[in-house]
Design a protein around this ligand. Sequence first.
Ligand code: FES
Length: 90
Amino acid sequence: MAEVEIKNDSKTVKVADGSLLAELDGKCSILFACKAGSCGSCKVKVVSGMENLEAPNDIEQAGLATFGGDPTERLPCVCKIKKGKVVVEY
Ligand code: FES
């Protein structure tokens, strides 16, 4: 199992290795709206563990270009965790 610590919630959520982080919806305070990488509501800053996330796909890259700009930012709705632990905040 992989885990995501959401600093704003002081909480860690376990997810299956290889899962899409849209699975966090309803399990933490990250706000998921479109779940398609197009609204920016779920944007988080990766505090540690970026190496445990898959590289952004084309959809996430397009969303980050619109709503992000900081290389530490990701869109969990379209981002997959490989394994291990990732710490995020928003
Ligand atoms: S929920 Fe819209 S970009 Fe993630």
